[in-house]
Design a protein around this ligand. Structure first.
Ligand code: NAI
Length: 334
């Protein structure tokens, strides 16, 4: 077994920090709560473990000359500069399947909450107003759900939503015809999905090609009664176009677990980091307006966060580490 120094940036409850520490007790390591910053980096780090809120940029690679392995405690890996990892021959290991059920459940939660105006209803009652007027929702039965991306999470949502007697249509450049036949739904073009769906839900990775997959041009095609759900990555959806649609009543509402450049929402000081400040100010303002908008529900990138899923994430990540220490690599995206 390789004896290497591991540095983890993980915000965990004390019991989970202890759990991780126990599992890697034979390895010199440090667990730092919170997000990776340059000041907190230790140049002797050979293994770096992070969550999605820590960006592994070229600068991070440059500051860690001994780095040999990156493990991300997540499915998504768009926070890691994969090209740089590849260039340096450093494997990046992720957790391919921990949260299909968990994230799909969150997407469903947002759909249900929007359909029954749950957030406003609860708020009203807590404020002492027990009046249902203005709180009318809509039935899911008979409505059409448009699923963009039918990978693991999209498929799990389709399985779940069938109990609600919704029509399902899907778009994916790599359609799973066997699954579609089993679950009796058609694949359609993105254009048709946008024009037909009553609720559109995104389950696609953030890549160069999927950045602003839903933008001003194609959001203009959706029905004014359409709701948009995003539990994938903020960068898939042009926030400015969404906000404009909500303000002009050309989009009915949105349930968002992710926002573009969302790390600034957690740490506003980042606005002044090396990335274009003006762009960050603009995106943050749009995010704040989306959060504040009466037709949205925004949650803080919480879709993955259940007790069961957290243990699955930690166990798979540490297994990735153990496998690497024994001389092999598993679940590596680079
Ligand atoms: P997956 O890899 O199983 O499926 C992704 C699907 O997207 C594939 O079927 C692929 O063909 C499709 N796709 C690729 N490009 C596309 C495009 N241009 N248009 C339509 N479809 C396209 O991924 P999985 O496990 O379903 O996860 C989806 C995303 O969910 C992840 O990439 C991650 O960003 C996000 N996620 C969010 C979490 C949260 O806490 N909010 C937690 C876990 C994942």
């Amino acid at each position: 077994m390789k004896k290497t120094f591991a540095l983890f940036f993980l915000s965990l409850t004390p019991d989970l920090t202890k759990y991780v520490s126990q599992k890697v007790k034979d390895l010199p390591h440090r667990i730092i709560p919170g997000v990776l910053t340059k000041e907190k980096l230790d140049p002797k780090t050979e293994i770096l473990g992070v969550f999605t809120d820590s960006k592994i940029t070229k600068d991070v690679f440059a500051a860690l000359p001994k780095l040999q392995l990156i493990i991300t405690f997540s499915t998504g890996f768009d926070h890691v500069d994969l090209a740089e990892a590849k260039r340096r021959g450093i494997p990046v290991c992720n957790v391919p399947t921990y949260g299909d059920y968990t994230v799909a459940q969150h997407a469903l939660t947002l759909i249900l909450a929007l359909s029954k105006k749950l957030f406003e209803s609860v708020k009203r009652v807590k404020e002492g107003n027990y009046d249902y007027h203005g709180m009318r929702g809509f039935d899911l039965q008979g409505k059409t759900l448009g699923v963009i991306g039918t990978g693991k999470i999209g498929q799990q949502l389709i399985r779940m939503i069938q109990g609600f007697e919704m029509n399902i249509i899907a778009y994916d450049p790599f359609p799973n015809k066997v699954f579609a036949k089993e679950h009796k739904f058609p694949y359609v073009t993105l254009d048709k999905l946008l024009k037909t769906a009553d609720i559109i839900t995104l389950h696609v990775p953030l890549l160069k090609e999927t950045h602003h997959l839903l933008n001003k041009k194609n959001l203009a095609k959706v029905k004014p009664s359409c709701y948009i759900i995003n539990t994938s990555r903020g960068g898939l959806l042009d926030g400015e176009a969404l906000l404009e649609g909500l303000q002009k009543n050309t989009i009915a509402g949105a349930g968002l677990d992710v926002l573009e450049d969302e790390e600034v929402m957690r740490d506003p000081v980042l606005i002044f980091s090396e990335k274009c400040s003006e762009c960050r100010v603009k995106t943050s303002l749009i995010n704040a307006m989306l959060i504040d908008h009466p037709k949205t529900i925004v949650t803080p990138h919480n879709a993955f966060n259940t007790i069961e899923a957290i243990y699955r994430i930690i166990d798979t990540s540490l297994h990735n580490l153990k496998t690497w220490r024994s001389g092999k690599t598993q679940n590596n995206v680079v």
